[in-house]
Every structure is written in C-alpha cells, then in structure tokens.
Write a protein that binds this ligand. Structure first.
Ligand SMILES: [Mg+2]
Length: 228
C-alpha cells in the first residue's frame, strides 16, 4: 500500500445529524430565502447522487436567486462550525500512517470552498499531515464518479489505484466509488446517511471499522493480501 485517502464528513470528522434548513435560516435570517437555498441544496445532492455532478456554494445562491453577502457567508460557516471538528484520534492516526511511508489524501464531496476546508485543517492541527486534498467544489464530478478518485490519486502521484485504500462512511459514494476506481475500500460504519443521499448501489467494502484507530491494523492486513 502506498496511499490512504479519506473522506471528510462522517469519516475524519464524526457524523452529526443536522437540520440543514436551520443553517440556511441562520445564514439569511429569512424563512422563505432559507427554504429556497435548502431546496437548491437538496437538488444538488440528488444531482450528485444520480449524475455525480458537483456544485459550489455560489451556484446554490444563484439557483436560489439569493444575492450572497460576506455577512451571510460568515454566518453560514459560523453555524456549521460546531459540526466541523476533526475526530480527536485523527491527527495521531495520520502521523502513524505517514510514519509507515503512506501518502495521505482527502477526497470530499463538498460545495464549500477550499479556503474554508484548509482553515479547518489548520485549526485542528492537520496541516502538514495531508499530502493532497481534492474538494469536489473545484472539479466537475462527485464521488462515486471514477474521475473524482482519479483526481486525488494523480495529486498523490499514486498511478496504481490498487495500491491505495479509501476510507469513508458512505457505502455508495465512498465504498462503491472506490472499488469501481480500482482502490481498496474501508467502511467506517458510524453514520446515519439521509435517505435522499443514499445511492442505488451498496458497495462491498474490503473491511468495516467502527473507530479510526482500527485502521492501521486493517491496512496491514490489506497490504499483506497483496504480497506475492
Ligand atoms: Mg462522509
């Protein structure tokens, strides 16, 4: 094994069940505008699920017909802040994997801009531990599209997907996607994925874990099965 690629929400950060509409109300302070933004977000998740096409925060505001302001964006991210903290085990895990010579990637289905994700990495002490991060807000595709996985493997300079493990909490986007892309897949089975975000295929993982700290042992085992 040469690389380990992590999903972000529900994987490196613990799953939180949230009411996204409340986040939009905190953003625009107007129930009708919030409802339009929420509808635009739901439509974008359905498009991600069915067509594997990405979106951006700016595109959601445009689709909802709402002119965003700096204030709104600050309030949006402030509302989300309590739900963004990395799992306390994550920094030590990434250090352990790096010490084994593995390159570390992140591939996140997200409409947030890179700057916000990188601010979170710095806040939580992950900067310097991640070799490459691909945010789908910067590419046309979302997981499970094979091109999304190809982007992060290219950024990690890992040409053979069979030498990379993907770790994620979604059987469709993460496990099915990674397997389709030729990677190994580990399911972190702790998340309560909303019905409208579940896909049509339940991927079969190479391993299932319930804590991030179980990962090094699983990677050792997957690596061993590749030995001649
Ligand atoms: Mg996730």
């Amino acid at each position: 094994m040469r690389a380990v690629v992590f999903d972000w929400g529900g994987t490196l950060t613990p799953w939180h069940t949230i009411d996204a509409l409340e986040g939009w109300i905190a953003t625009v302070k107007d129930p009708e505008l919030a409802r339009r933004l929420h509808d635009a977000e739901l439509a974008a998740w359905v498009r991600s699920r069915d067509e594997h096409r990405s979106t951006t925060l700016a595109a959601l505001f445009e689709a909802a017909g709402v002119a965003s302001t700096e204030h709104m964006l600050a309030d949006f991210f402030a509302w989300w802040e309590p739900h963004t903290f990395v799992h306390p085990d994550a920094p030590a895990l990434l250090r352990d994997l790096r010490a084994r010579g593995l390159r570390i990637g992140v591939l996140s289905n997200t409409f947030w801009p890179r700057e916000e994700h990188e601010r979170i990495f710095r806040r939580d002490g992950l900067d310097g531990l991640i070799d490459a991060a691909v945010f789908t807000s910067e590419i046309p595709w979302t997981k499970p599209h094979p091109q999304a996985f190809a982007e992060v493997l290219a950024a990690l300079r890992c040409p053979d997907p069979a030498t990379a493990v993907f770790v994620g909490d979604r059987p469709f986007d993460d496990v099915h996607g990674a397997r389709q892309a030729g990677m190994r897949a580990v399911l972190l089975a702790n998340s309560d994925i909303p019905e409208h975000q579940r896909g049509t295929v339940v991927g079969v993982p190479d391993a299932v874990i319930h804590r991030l700290s179980e990962l090094p042992e699983v990677i050792d085992r997957l690596g061993a099965t590749d030995a001649p």
